[in-house]
Write a protein that binds this ligand. Structure first.
Ligand code: PEP
Ligand code: MN
Length: 370
């Protein structure tokens, strides 16, 4: 039995060919900011507007959105620009308010997708509504959780559903705010080919410089569209300022994108393409983890210096090699191969810690008064 029933999602009168563009500020802040941003976007032919009213913030005390106060501003955007308007919902109450004010589409945020109780509550509140619902990937790289959220919305009778790929949290600090892990949305597409996928480069990048590259990758894979945070004065934004761009910059970004001449039906992505992308992803994570490891190693170097401990601690070194070898062999890796890798890593760590000690010694000798 097919347990998912998705129909092509559409905004009447809107060109739904690739790329579907959704743009607008991270948060609606004031009526002026919401309207000015929407008008600038509409003038550049953007037809679908986003703005967060209820903002899930990592720490309390940050700007948590204007809430229901912003709903009339969204209505005004609709009336004055003809754009479709959408916002994030995280509770049943948000859904009722959004529907009451004629919001055209809603999305479920990454933190909410990670919680099946919250998704179910939203799905129940949406029952009977005839609007598109977009489901962001959960913050953690769990495809089943993402699919589960799509299914819960679908079982509530919503058939116009799209997924939004916004990247995944990682422990290792990386050039991305949220690691794209492209293989996860690609696998989602393989599992649910009828489900449109939009990429949110803003939350993947966390900054402006990486946006274009991420958008291009999404188009190269043949995802359906982009949802990009756009603000009339990005530097002054009350949330996610570093990643927002002006409507004009968004237009330039879209115009700079290159499209493959044929769609995926004509030039199927090969298994090799997918595997190579997976390798790139894994290598990027390896690099990030190595860099994280070296930072820790440097901190250990400083500790050893301050506590007058030698760099090389043979017992600890032997333990590391033995322990990593055991774990790696259990995972089917060659013991010799893993020993070589960890010896190299350890050697680099020792070098780094010697540099730490030397630089401190040099500093203290130059600081000494004769
Ligand atoms: C947002 O779109 O502003 C947002 C909060 O995104 P995410 O749920 O992806 O963090
Ligand atoms: Mn945001």
């Amino acid at each position: 039995m097919k347990n998912i029933n998705i129909e092509p999602f559409s905004f009447p009168g809107c060109d739904m060919s690739r790329p579907i563009i959704i743009a607008g500020p991270c948060s609606a802040e004031t009526e002026e900011q919401t309207l000015a941003t929407a008008q600038a976007l509409a003038a550049l032919d953007v037809k679908i507007f986003r703005a967060g009213l209820w903002k899930p913030r990592t720490r309390p005390g940050a700007f948590e959105g204007v809430g229901v106060e912003g709903l009339p501003w969204m209505q005004k955007v609709k009336k004055e620009t003809g754009m479709y308007v959408g916002t994030e919902v995280a509770t049943a109450q948000h859904v009722f308010e959004a529907l009451k004010y004629g919001i055209d589409f809603v999305w479920i945020g990454a933190r909410t997708t990670a919680n099946p109780f919250a998704v179910q509550e939203i799905a129940d509140a949406l029952r009977g509504a005839k609007i598109p619902v977009m489901v962001k990937n959960p913050v953690n790289p769990d495809l089943e959780l993402w699919i589960g959220a799509v299914e819960r919305i679908n079982r509530a009778g919503i058939t116009q559903i799209a997924a939004i790929h916004r990247g995944f949290s990682t422990y290792a600090r990386s050039e991305f705010r949220n690691h794209p892990q492209w293989l996860i949305p690609i696998e989602l597409h393989r599992r649910l080919p009828e489900l449109p996928i939009l990429t949110d480069p803003s939350h993947i990048a966390g900054n402006r410089t990486l946006l274009a590259q991420i958008c291009q990758q999404a188009m190269d894979i043949n995802f359906n569209g982009l949802i990009v945070e756009t603000h009339f004065r990005p530097d002054e934004a009350w949330s996610d300022a570093q990643q927002q761009i002006t409507p004009q910059q968004l237009r330039q970004l879209i115009d700079s994108l290159k499209f493959r001449k044929h769609d995926i039906e004509n030039i199927p992505r090969t298994v090799l393409d997918d595997l190579r992308m997976h390798i790139d992803d894994v290598d990027n994570q390896l690099i990030e983890l190595l860099s994280e490891r070296m930072k820790i190693s440097k901190a250990i170097g400083i500790y050893k210096l301050e506590n007058n401990i030698t760099i090389l601690q043979s017992r600890r070194y032997n333990e590391i090699i033995r322990d990593r070898n055991l774990k790696a062999v259990q995972k089917g890796l060659g013991g010799e191969f893993v020993d070589k890798i960890f010896e190299t890593i350890h050697e680099e760590s020792v070098l780094l810690q010697s540099k730490v000690m030397n630089s401190k010694l040099n500093n203290s000798s130059t600081n000494k008064t004769p």
